[in-house]
Design a protein around this ligand. Sequence first.
Ligand code: FRU
Length: 517
Amino acid sequence: MKRLLIVIAAALSFACTRQEVIFLNNMTAECTLKKGEVIMLPVQEDAPAAKLYVIGNKEKIQYDILPATSTVDYHVQYKAEDNCVVRIEGVSFQSVFYKKLKRGHDGKKHSFLHFTPSSGWINDPNGLVYKDGVWHMYFQYNPFFSKWGNMSWGHATSKDLVNWKEHPVALMPDSLGMIFSGSAACDKNRIAAMYTSAGKGQSQSLAWSYDGGMTYVKLPSNPVLKSSNPDFRDPKIFRYEDSWRMVLASGNTIEIYSSSNLIDWDYESCFGEEIGNHGGVWECPDLFELPYLDGKKWVLLVSNTRDTNHGSAVQYFIGDFDGSEFTPCDNNVRWLDYGRDFYAAASWNDAPDGRRVAIAWANNWQYANDIPFVGTRGGMTVPRELSLLDYGDDIVLKNKPVHEIVHTLPHVAGRNPFIWEGKVVDGDEIVLRNKCGEALKISFSRNVVSVNRRFSGNVTFNDAYPSIDRAPIQASETHDVSLLVDSNLVEIFIDDGAVSFTESVFPSRQYSIIDIW
Ligand code: FRU
């Protein structure tokens, strides 16, 4: 029987030319890949899950796949990190999957203002680090289908924060588990990446890159930091004087650790038990210093579910940090963005010219796995410059698109993407629309701005999606407004980024008309 199947396999000979697919039985097949070889796997999103194993010299890693059984929704590509055997279990040898399995790249070049990978699923930005003129962005990535799973670190780079180039996956799951969120920083001439290994529990692991961030070598003695807490993740490392600090989400709080070598960590303090919003567990902290008036202040970012209506959001605290403890200047709850699609915001380490540039996942856990499929699921906001500003009678963390983007994009409504800039007064309504009657409405009334996307296009894919969001704005005769409009994302900046809204939209045609009423 086995022989017969091998013959059948050879006779079909597949679109997959070089690597032989050998059937071990009618539901299990193997092929051998050399280091760097790529196979394109056909996916059908509503097909039953199957398993793919990558069997190398030292490890056997298991992934979930959604193999095409009757129709191909899209292909995803897997590139072998090393010589290995790929075993597919649970897919019939007669299935469409084997007819459409191909070798090689899709050949597409990806250069996006709002970064999305060529295929698969993306969530949080990870490992943001600038080195030798290159902005590195790693990201939570499922290379095998476009829903959450198989978490790895995808990788993209940019020289100008506008155009992004996608690279092979930088960190794949291993025997400690999936690779959850984390950070990276320059350490002499190598890059250190600290991430959460999510397997039986959650622990922190370290990897070094000696080739400018393209590939990583994991520390053999990983993990470097363990806990019995089931929610213990998303380490952000940064330099503090001549040693290292790490902020880490632990349940509903943020823990702070210190180290001289990134391997041995000492607990310093815990922040957040009785302060801030606790609508859900705290995730993805970031702690950094910014100029404020004649001095400096520290800012702590925390991502969590704001409430059951709003879902994902990013809160922040302003205060002081002495290397050991973070002390907030007040008990205020502040939100970095008031839209529905701004989460896991993080900033680049080692950015030039003292810049503090951040980026966020433009999505919301309430419906992220359901957004109408547009090639890949999920994407990033544009990179945003952060600064502290007095606004009304408060201090706010202002965020606005980096100048590289503002200078590059056309200021012409209808181009894709485009920027629109204007001024409004109290009582005005900005209507961003297309010719199909679909519109996003931004209304200014009595120092509150509201954004209504209930009629913005496809709003029925998930009950949590149709929304009206509100934010307070300072009392003023006029307000500056700038809109950054891409096919599926609208970013709204009011009063130079003192208030912002990030909203995903799914119109049947791109918005090209702006009316002010
Ligand atoms: C935030 C998050 C992180 C975690 C990652 C897993 O969106 O839940 O806490 O590391 O996503 O993909």
